[in-house]
Design a protein around this ligand. Structure first.
Ligand code: NAI
Ligand code: COI
Ligand code: MG
Length: 381
């Protein structure tokens, strides 16, 4: 049998990005170094603030080209005070441009973690966090992040700034179908909780109507309810099990709610994400259709802890698992990573310490977590 070869572009980025990506790369290398049938070709490129420093642009043309040609992209995080909100050239628009250029409209952020040993690490009570299992499905290349905007100090109204939130029927239909595919991967199908602000926003009224029509006509077997985003934010930390299933929402609301949801397992550093240009092929489907994808932890560049070697690499390592699942069709390998992460979290190191980084109240460094996951992974191969 000939060896399958995949090209993965790696974008470490800024702040803690390179630190957490190094651990995910270590895990991927360990997984495939002796594989007789899979070869991963990893190619690191400049992206974000570091790219601005070198080239004057956050997303250099050569990086974009490499990303377009890759089977998948693994990213860390970009941004930081050096290229803050008043800078002329900033990293964040580069990330928006990359997502748009790749057409990755579906951002999947699973919040279930699988390791019960983490329950005590959440700032929320155990009675609240136990049994929570939510997939956030966030529309990623529309809405207010991409609508027309005007900055202050631009004529004719120099004391006014604005952003616009626009959604089309087609944009809402396609993200609803992705949410439905995720829901249908479970038996019985997961319910979908669509989150909007339809009591105020016209774009949310379109959202609610299209989600309802699409699910009723194409996926009548899926249970649907609608939540307003303000009360959904409250439910997420007061009774999150009520949102078990798929939380389907637009770009800005999904960005905010997914960071909030990370409090349930205990830290922003834990959660992975997959950004896809179509509905994912799921483990249960017989024919795998590769979907191009960008994989990144949900957190940012964490300038407050960058360079200290204490960032939690688990969100990035789990993003690498999603990359194997959704873009390369390597479900078994994805599960091996997830299982090694769970086992690492359930274990202690030689000094008797639980494997927890500072964000989870521990004293274990980024590299030690990565090393332990690799060690466990090797016993599972
Ligand atoms: N996808 C991306 O590259 C994103 C980039 N950003 C950018 O990141 C920069 C910093 O933004 P912030 O608002 O501070 O958000 P952030 O997500 O970088 O950090 C928020 C808090 O969570 C902590 N944290 C985040 N990730 C962690 C990890 N892996 N381990 C341990 N603790 C972790 C940080 O130390 C900080 O206290 C900004 O420039 C922002 O635009 C923000 C979100 C996403
Ligand atoms: C940095 C932004 C462009 C986006 C963001 O916060 C996110 O995707 O989580
Ligand atoms: Mg965010």
């Amino acid at each position: 049998m000939s060896k399958k070869s995949f090209r993965v572009v790696v974008l470490p980025g800024d702040g803690i990005g390179p630190e957490v990506v190094a651990e995910a790369v270590k895990v991927l290398k360990a997984l495939f170094e002796e594989s007789p049938d899979v070869e991963l070709k990893l190619e690191t490129r400049l992206f974000g603030g570091c790219a601005i420093d070198e080239t004057g642009e956050a997303l250099p043309a050569s990086t974009l080209q490499a990303c377009k040609e890759a089977d998948a992209i693994l990213m860390g995080s970009i941004g930081g005070p050096k290229w803050g909100v008043n800078s002329k050239v900033r990293p964040e628009p580069g990330l928006l441009a990359l997502r748009k250029a790749l057409g990755v409209f579906a951002n999947i952020r699973p919040t279930k973690f699988g390791s019960d040993s983490l329950v005590v690490n959440s700032p929320l009570k155990e009675s609240i966090t136990r049994g929570v299992d939510i997939f956030v499905v966030r529309e990623l290349i529309g809405g207010i992040y991409f609508g027309e905007r005007k900055e202050q100090d631009v004529a004719p109204q120099e004391n006014v700034a604005w952003d616009t939130m626009i959604y089309s029927v087609e944009e809402v239909q396609r993200i609803t179908r992705v949410a439905a595919q995720i829901a249908l991967a479970s038996d019985p199908p997961l319910p979908i909780h669509s989150v909007d602000k339809a009591n105020v926003l016209a774009s949310s009224r379109l959202w609610r109507k299209v989600v309802t029509e699409t699910l009723e006509s194409e996926y009548p077997q899926i249970k649907l309810d609608h939540q307003l985003v303000d009360s959904a934010a409250m439910l997420l930390v007061s009774s999150p099990r009520k949102l078990n299933g798929v939380v389907l929402t637009e770009n800005l609301f999904g960005d905010i709610l997914s960071d909030e949801a990370s409090v349930i397992p205990g830290s922003l550093g834990l959660l992975p994400s997959a950004s896809l240009a179509g509905a994912p092929s799921l483990p249960s489907s017989h024919s795998f259709k590769p979907t191009s994808g960008l994989y990144e932890p949900i957190h940012g560049s964490a300038p407050d802890i960058a360079g200290k070697g204490i960032a939690n690499p688990i969100g990035t390592i789990l993003s690498a698992a999603l990359l194997l699942r959704y873009s390369l069709g390597l479900e078994k390998h994805a599960q091996l990573i997830e299982s090694a992460v769970r086992k690492a979290l359930d274990s202690k190191n030689a000094g008797g310490w639980e494997l927890r980084t500072a964000d989870l109240g521990g004293n274990i460094g980024t590299k030690e977590i990565g090393d332990r996951i690799v060690e466990i992974l090797k016993t599972l191969l």
